[in-house]
Design a protein around this ligand. Structure first.
Ligand SMILES: Nc1ncnc2c1ncn2[C@@H]1O[C@H](COP(=O)(O)OP(=O)(O)O)[C@@H](O)[C@H]1O
Ligand SMILES: [Mg+2]
Length: 290
């Protein structure tokens, strides 16, 4: 049953010297370059970096939607060959099926795996109960708030008992208050499942609150700029966000990301031809403008 703790030693992600080049209508775009990244079994790891640095690309590679151009990407020692129910995915946009009820949405992956109807229902109801959504099992997605939709999305991704959960800015569309509640729900669920999570965000506080480790990416082409271990104990509580340790980590990450955001904006501004107006667009010049 899906609520059991994960088998020890599974759910390892191993990315070695990976590069991705897209061919965008004849123009080669280097999205990600020489990335080395590891997620240990049961670990919660975040990937943070400026917009366009290749975070979604990296996650889509682990999900099996995109193939790397160079390097290797292994999950539990095996090269990824397309998507699999071993790897659950949650996106920012709610990707629930609008014509299916909440429970049928959660059951969908199990149905694809050939699980019998009665067993599907039991598993879906157990998981919905854990996420506080059992009362809504017969509702349809358009009857739910954004936070509830995303909780259903997480439950649906967990239903097939994946070893790895991949999340791409899953709370990005939610208001700040709902977002912090969702972060707590996610850490609580993760502690029960001990599943490996690779979580993409550009929210610094969110990455610290949730993670065991954080990888900071550079501006495009995305490389790993820093790897930061979060020494806060578990379970995480909202009060921890006021501690000196938490605040020091926020400052450290802000510094690292600001450099990269400025670098990313600098190249965008150059591409936009601002230099033609006599504006200095080195990172320093932009820094003075914002
Ligand atoms: N399918 C694609 N074809 C061409 N370029 C792409 C494709 N997907 C992403 N890119 C480019 O790769 C870079 C990284 O994109 P993405 O991974 O979405 O960044 P992030 O998620 O960090 O904002 C961007 O410059 C983007 O335009
Ligand atoms: Mg993205």
């Amino acid at each position: 049953m899906s609520t059991k703790t994960n088998e020890p030693g599974r759910g390892a992600i191993d990315i070695n010297d990976m590069g991705v080049v897209f061919n965008a209508r004849g123009t080669m775009v280097e999205a990600v370059s020489s990335v080395d990244l590891k997620v240990r079994p049961g670990e919660f790891v975040s990937l943070i970096g400026p917009s366009g640095c290749g975070k979604s690309t990296l996650l889509n590679i682990v999900a099996g939607f995109v193939e790397p151009t160079s390097g290797s990407v292994l999950v539990d020692g095996k090269t990824i060959r397309g998507p699999s129910s071993d790897r659950g995915v949650v996106f920012q946009q709610y990707s629930l099926f609008p014509w299916l009820s909440v429970r049928k949405n959660v059951e969908f992956g199990l149905k694809m795996k050939g699980v019998a109807a009665s067993q599907r229902e039991t598993q879906a109801r157990t998981l919905l109960g854990l996420a506080g959504l059992l009362a809504f099992e017969n509702h349809y997605p358009d009857q739910l708030s954004g936070g509830m939709k995303q909780r259903v999305g997480i439950v649906r991704a967990l239903a097939t008992s994946p070893q790895v959960l991949l999340m791409d800015e899953p709370f990005g569309a939610l208001d700040a208050q709902t977002r912090t509640v969702m972060q707590e729900i996610l850490t609580n669920m993760w502690q029960q499942f001990r599943i490996s999570v690779l979580f993409v965000t550009h929210d610094i506080e969110e990455s610290i609150f949730l993670s065991d480790r954080i990888y900071v990416m550079t501006a495009r082409p995305g490389r790993i700029k820093a790897e930061i271990t979060v020494p806060l104990p578990r379970p995480r509580t909202p009060e921890m966000t006021y501690t000196p340790e938490f605040i020091a980590l926020v400052q450290q990450l802000k510094g690292l990301i600001r450099e990269e955001s400025l670098a990313a904006m600098g190249s965008e501004l150059k591409e936009g031809g601002l230099s033609g107006f006599g504006v200095e667009v080195g990172p320093k010049g932009v820094g003075e403008m914002v």
